[in-house]
Ligand binder design. Structure first.
Ligand code: GDG
Length: 463
């Protein structure tokens, strides 16, 4: 039998990317991102393992150790990638859990692949977990894993955290296999959500199984399952360190100069996803230029749109619509050497992203629905001098924690326009006070605290 671990993370992706150097040699590097920085110390301190897909299809690479973690790759066939990941996860569950802002598609063969792949993850966890170990399962791709794992290993402490919103009952009920998903989640001892509303939606649904939740608990087959909010956050130290780096500060200055020196910079940073409200913000910006309330001489919008899920039709269509709108705005309001929208369809390294956060006068975060939105928190953490303004959709998890942002309903174009103008015109002193309060909150609630609170609530056995 292979070695076993007292702490196991199960997530769709492993926290590594495979790189191939000029000589064709392959190596793994840690992937950037808050979840990895949060969980790596947690996994390492417990000499733990991480189970996930390594990218690519066909046979999985052999398990290996990296940065103090034992990494166990799960294999996916091309068909499973199509059906489990792009189909059921990203064309059914993702849109349904985000208020059905795009129409979810329901296909039985996707569902079967989702079940099969979840079983594979559960079996790997059952094999790697030591007796009485803690297993922490992540996100919407793996909602069946908790029950499957409990069936195989009733001795484990199982936690599940959902990174995206958990929808209202009426929407969840559209899922043809809603009962299996609910039972899947109820296999955990602790089910964590970004917002209390998600936990409430989930607990309300357990009535359908004849259960009677009390407070944040529900008893299932004599076992108590707790459902609560654990709002995720970011690695504040990492952000502040990058924000203080002289090279990055210099790069931020250079970016401002390249955009025209005196022009105020509005910034959007999102995966190119229809939940992020990119079209809504472009529309508001275009109308402000058309009405002369903003002038291309005075402002510029930089939109980083990280490529995402381009094999899913709705994402390709979104890309076409966004690029058409950007072209339209630049065509109508641009001048030679002075574009109103700088659209960047690519992924940047953390350093460049930080330089953009430092250069931006206004950060625009306008999702139609978002579990948390880490970009908003990253911007706040990066503004160590308390300057800058945040426009933030009220439909993000972050909005509940950052009431000093310029709150918006992205469906209300006039409201969006007012918020853009207000963010640009509010006196520096008031902006400074708002940012100071937001920073205070984010600095006191970083991602390390999130992980600790979740694991404390899960009740790790003394070890
Ligand atoms: C899901 C939920 C929840 C973006 N572009 C680049 C880049 N990023 C980084 C950002 C940020 C992360 O990706 C995006 O996180 P968000 O929270 O904004 O959004 P999702 O990807 O939808 O995340 C969300 C989150 O899970 C965590 O629970 O907050 O609600 O939907 O960290 O900085 N990073 C780099 N280059 C880029 O071009 N390096």
């Amino acid at each position: 039998m292979s070695e076993q671990y007292r702490f196991v993370v199960v997530a769709n992706r492993l926290p590594v990317d495979e790189i191939v150097d000029d000589d064709g040699k392959r190596a793994w590097t840690r992937s950037p991102g808050g979840l990895v920085s949060a969980l790596q110390p947690t996994v390492r301190a417990r000499r733990g393992a991480w189970i996930g897909w390594a990218g690519g299809t066909g046979e999985a690479p052999e398990p290996f150790a990296l940065d103090g973690m034992w990494l166990h790759p799960i294999a996916l066939t091309q068909q499973e990638l199509d059906h489990y990941y792009e189909g059921e996860s990203n064309a059914t569950i993702w849109p349904l859990y985000h208020d059905a802002v795009e129409t979810p598609a329901f296909h039985r063969h996707w569902r079967e692949a989702y079940r099969r792949v979840n079983q594979r993850f559960a079996e790997a966890a059952a094999e790697l977990a030591a007796p009485g170990a803690v297993v922490w399962v992540h996100d919407y791709q793996l909602q069946l894993v908790p029950a499957m794992l409990r069936e195989l290993r009733p001795d484990l402490r199982i936690g599940f955290f959902l990174h995206i919103p958990f929808p209202p009952v009426e929407l969840f009920m559209q899922l043809p296999w809603r009962t299996q998903i609910l039972k899947g989640l109820l296999g955990a001892d602790l089910v964590g959500f970004q917002r209390p509303g998600g936990a409430e939606n989930f607990l309300r649904l357990t009535h359908n199984l004849g259960l009677e939740p009390e407070g944040d608990r529900v008893v299932v087959d004599g076992r108590t399952v707790t459902a609560r909010a654990f709002p995720i956050s970011i690695d504040v130290d990492e952000m502040e360190k990058l924000a203080a780096d002289p090279h990055i500060r210099q790069r931020a200055k250079q970016l401002s100069e390249e955009l025209g020196g005196h022009r105020r910079l509005l910034l959007g940073v999102d995966r190119l996803d229809y939940t992020k409200g990119i079209e809504h913000r472009l529309k508001a910006y275009r109308e402000l230029l058309a009405e002369g309330r903003l002038s291309n001489q005075d402002v510029a919008l930089v939109q980083v749109a990280t490529p995402s899920r381009l094999r899913v039709a709705q994402y390709r269509q979104l890309r076409e619509r966004v690029e058409r709108e950007v072209g339209r705005i630049n065509g109508e309001f641009g001048e030679v050497g002075l574009a109103p929208v700088h659209y960047l369809f690519r992924s940047y390294d953390r350093e460049e992203l930080l330089a953009l956060y430092l250069a931006a006068d206004v950060m625009v975060v306008t999702p139609l629905r978002d579990g948390m939105n880490l970009v908003a928190k990253e911007y706040v953490a990066a503004r160590t001098d308390n300057s800058g303004a945040l426009v933030l959709s009220e439909f993000t998890g972050a909005a509940a924690e950052l009431p000093e942002a310029f709150g918006v309903n992205p469906h209300d174009v006039d409201g969006l326009k007012e918020a853009f103008v207000a963010a640009l015109e509010t006196p520096a002193e008031e902006l400074g006070e708002r940012m100071r309060r937001m920073r205070e909150h984010v600095c006191a609630h970083d991602v390390g605290r999130w992980a600790r609170e979740f694991l404390d609530a899960l009740g790790e056995p003394p070890g």
